[in-house]
Design a binder for this molecule. Structure first.
Ligand SMILES: Cc1ncc(COP(=O)(O)O)c(C=O)c1O
Length: 353
């Protein structure tokens, strides 16, 4: 892999005590091209603009998939990636569904490791802070026909992120719009899934809600996801999450949280979850907590759930009684090398690889 380092690092201009999500990008980026059936030109180079023709297929037919993952530092400045293989597998699942070439493991993993090693100074050190990493694959053939592209570009960029301050969420159960449908691409991280969610999300925001609780597109009676997060409900003595299907993007955070919960001997159920059950659960006082989980925010718990114009209030538990916060801490402790990683999720990034 070719490496062209920047002669001017921008790191001196960054105030690491005040970083809003996605504002600053690290000094370098990785890119690799797919041409004539081969991956070529893998390179680490200074972060900068890319030159694409206006008729590149990504702009017209939306062949674009991406990932979101993080690198963490411990108190001794050791750097760790969290379950990167899962992101590698998921981007290829997305690519295959969008008729794009899977990325070879060595290109994904070596590009990722080398880039984060070179830009390791960009990883903020404090608890909860991290470097958010965005790998993405786009179609670059220049022919305006509605067919899969022959050429592609795979790029990785990264951005330092603060620990996410979570306000309890006011969420709305969506009963008109859908983010995905049976047989569709909901289980992928296709860029178009996000574009199509913006309009209903803005409507919900205008109505005073923070996020949409998506339901199934046929009946709007089964809970699926929360905005761009998975969702978990704490009912009496169990954690329940909607069972994975082709409409749900199965998250690495949700999977990790459920594994930690099982280890703590908490009962975990993955099954269909009806809106009715949630509302009844709140009315009967059986639903203790509901929370979204994903790489960016880690865990975000709800304050209210709105269904067909009615607000339902979740118990106002003290922080110390919140299972969501306990699980969040256990996950962050593993990510920051503060507790033993019995799952083997933490991958140490050696220096100068
Ligand atoms: C639609 C959607 N669901 C769930 C998730 C959570 O996935 P993960 O925990 O892997 O970040 C994300 C975020 O990536 C997402 O965009």
């Amino acid at each position: 892999m070719k490496v062209e380092k920047t002669i001017y690092s921008r790191i001196k201009n960054i105030n690491f005590n005040n970083i809003s999500f996605g504002k600053y990008y690290s000094d370098h980026m990785f890119s690799s091209e797919f041409k004539n059936g081969k991956w070529i030109n893998s390179i680490i180079k200074p972060f900068g603009k890319i030159l694409l023709s206006p008729i590149s297929l990504v702009f017209h037919y939306g062949q674009a998939v991406f990932e979101g993952m993080k690198a963490y530092k411990d108190k001794d400045n050791k750097v760790f990636l969290f379950r990167p293989k899962e992101n590698f597998k998921r981007i290829n699942k997305s690519a295959i569904r969008l008729e794009m070439p899977p990325i070879p493991e060595d290109i994904f993993m070596n590009g990722l490791r080398k880039l984060i090693d070179i830009d390791r100074d960009w990883i903020p050190k404090s608890y909860g802070k991290s470097l958010y990493i965005r790998p993405f694959l786009i179609a670059t053939s220049t022919i305006l026909s509605a067919k899969p592209s022959n050429d592609y570009m795979f790029i990785i960029v990264s951005t330092p992120v603060d620990s996410y301050y979570n306000n309890p969420l006011k969420v709305k159960i969506e009963d008109k719009y859908s983010r995905s449908t049976k047989g569709g691409v909901g289980f992928t991280k296709a860029a178009g899934n996000y574009a199509s969610s913006f309009y209903p999300t803005r409507i919900a925001n205008n109505e005073g809600f923070d996020q949409i609780l998506w339901t199934d597109s046929y009946t709007h009676t089964k809970i699926e996801e929360l905005g761009t997060m998975n969702v978990i409900f704490w009912f009496k003595d169990k954690l329940i999450t909607p069972k994975a299907n082709d409409r749900i993007l199965r998250g690495i955070t949700c999977n990790s949280i459920l594994s930690i919960a099982k280890k703590e001997k908490i009962i975990v159920e993955e099954r269909n979850l009806n809106v009715k059950e949630i509302i009844e659960g709140i009315k009967k006082g059986e639903l203790k907590e509901a929370f979204g989980c994903g790489t960016a925010a880690v865990i975000n718990f709800f304050k209210t759930i709105n269904y067909k114009g009615n607000n339902f209030y979740l118990p106002d538990l003290p922080k110390s009684d919140r299972l969501s916060l306990l699980l969040k801490k256990k996950l962050l402790d593993i990510q920051h090398n503060l507790s033993e990683d019995t799952f083997g999720w933490r991958i140490l990034l050696k220096k100068n690889i």
